[in-house]
Design a protein around this ligand. Structure first.
Ligand SMILES: O=P(O)(O)OC[C@H]1O[C@H](O)[C@H](O)[C@@H](O)[C@@H]1O
Length: 431
């Protein structure tokens, strides 16, 4: 379900570079599989795929069905890995605009899934509260630590608002947090909120296939079982050293990192994949950005960004590599009509699909950027559907673990994130 084509990038390397790196790539891969690398206590994101908990998937689906029945809005409070995975999969697979409506009742078939607690904007939250007025609201408070300021402050503001409007408020608040510790866990126990557990050995940026991502994704109407088992299948496939696209991707990134490249652009041609890019940025940035190492991860959405950043990518500083994330088979094509005239000079495209034009835009961009001195490679997902997307999520998680080990860092911790928090709390205690 995932194919990685790195042939264009090879022209920027010596013939033996990849083969010379192979033993180190396999050693890094063995570290992951045999749990001998740094951070091996945090490999729950693989274990939950190797021993699927079908009862949990069914429970999440049952809760999601209740929420889909009862709620107009499902509000997810979380930041970083506690919302990026859910947002990414929902953006990729759920209806793009308003959810479909029940033809008899006129009610939307699914609630709007909205996000908050991912910043400290008072204006945003005031506008959101006004929007939620007179709506049936369920809230999922998601925090592994149970102490993250943005999430918990937002919940502090929302709690009285919910209590004033919903007599069954305890039923409408679902907490996803550590099963044994943290303030949020205690609050849920004291206030009688329903709880889902984030496995202690799964880090936030690796938690999309736990209840952190799966409950919001299920509420949005996405088939979480097929998503989950797409990842299970990919986890099984990537156990082999041979014919392993995740190892090839990790190796290519490492080779260019060692040759002084500083950034990686993940380029998508489908706006629905922009959220996957944001999730990928945290996954790679937070896993590799340590000890002065790591390619800075950035996401671009083409062809849109070719009209704003295309100049830089084509002729700016040659310090970036470009990885395209493409969908091989598009859903129902949109055909360009024959308008009976050629006023726009585009009559020659009549009868072709817009998807065909977009794919040719990709091919043209790939060639131009290669000619412009950018090492380009492409990750192909065969369809934009739950199974292939689950495979894609696991592909990136597997690749970043191996890539982090190649860099000689622990891919599963994030000590640097505490620095700004220390400064911020020092100031907050003085206000
Ligand atoms: O889930 P939480 O504990 O609230 O953490 C949410 C996010 O913030 C932390 O500071 C880390 O940088 C992230 O890895 C994490 O996903």
């Amino acid at each position: 379900m995932i194919r990685y084509d790195f042939s264009p990038a090879l022209s920027f390397l010596e013939a033996h570079d990849l083969d010379a790196l192979r033993p180190r790539v396999e050693a890094a891969h063995r570290m992951l599989l045999e749990r001998t690398g740094p951070g091996s206590e945090m490999l729950g994101w693989r274990d939950l795929l190797r021993e699927p908990d079908d009862a949990l998937l069914e429970d999440i689906d049952a809760t999601a069905s209740e929420i889909r029945e009862q709620a107009d809005v499902f509000l997810c409070l979380g930041i970083g890995g506690s919302y990026l995975g859910a947002q990414a999969v929902i953006e990729a697979l759920a209806p793009l605009f308003r959810p479909p409506v029940d033809t008899e009742t006129g009610r939307p078939l699914a609630p709007e899934v909205l996000f908050a607690g991912h910043h400290l904007s008072g204006g945003y939250l005031k506008a959101l509260l006004a929007y939620l007025e007179d709506k049936s609201v369920y809230v999922n408070v998601i925090s592994k630590s149970g102490t993250t300021l943005e999430t918990m402050l937002t919940f502090r503001i929302l709690r009285p608002w919910l209590e004033a409007r919903f007599p069954d408020v305890a039923r409408r608040i679902i907490v996803t947090t550590d099963p044994a510790r943290g303030r949020l866990r205690e609050m849920a126990s004291i206030c009688g909120y329903r709880r889902y557990a984030i496995p202690p050995d799964v880090g936030g940026r690796f938690s999309v296939l736990t209840p952190v991502g799966l409950l919001p994704i299920a509420v949005a109407g996405v088939d979480i079982r097929t998503l989950f088992y797409g990842a299970v299948e990919m986890c099984e496939r990537l156990k082999n050293h041979q014919d392993n696209p995740a190892l090839d991707y990790a190796a290519l990134r490492y080779l260019f990192h060692e040759r002084g490249y500083a950034l990686e652009l993940l380029a998508v041609f489908e706006p629905r994949l922009r959220g996957i890019g944001a999730w990928w940025q945290q996954l790679f940035g937070e896993s590799e950005g340590k000890a002065g190492k790591g390619l800075y991860p950035d996401t671009v959405q083409y062809t849109t960004d070719l009209h704003s950043l295309g100049q830089y990518v084509q002729e700016g500083r040659r310090h970036l590599i470009e990885t395209f994330l493409m969908v091989a088979r598009e859903p129902e094509p949109l055909t360009i009509p024959d308008t009976g005239d050629d006023l726009d000079g585009l009559a020659y495209l009549s009868g072709r699909s817009l998807q065909t034009v977009n794919h040719n835009a990709y091919e043209g961009t790939r060639r131009a950027h290669t000619d412009g001195g950018i090492p380009v490679s492409t990750i192909w997902m065969d369809r934009l559907a739950p199974g292939p997307l689950g495979a894609c999520l696991y592909f990136f998680m597997h690749a970043v673990a191996v890539s982090g080990y190649l860099l000689g860092v622990n891919p599963f911790d994030q000590p640097g994130v505490e620095a700004y928090k220390r400064e911020m709390y020092r100031l907050l205690r003085k206000i």
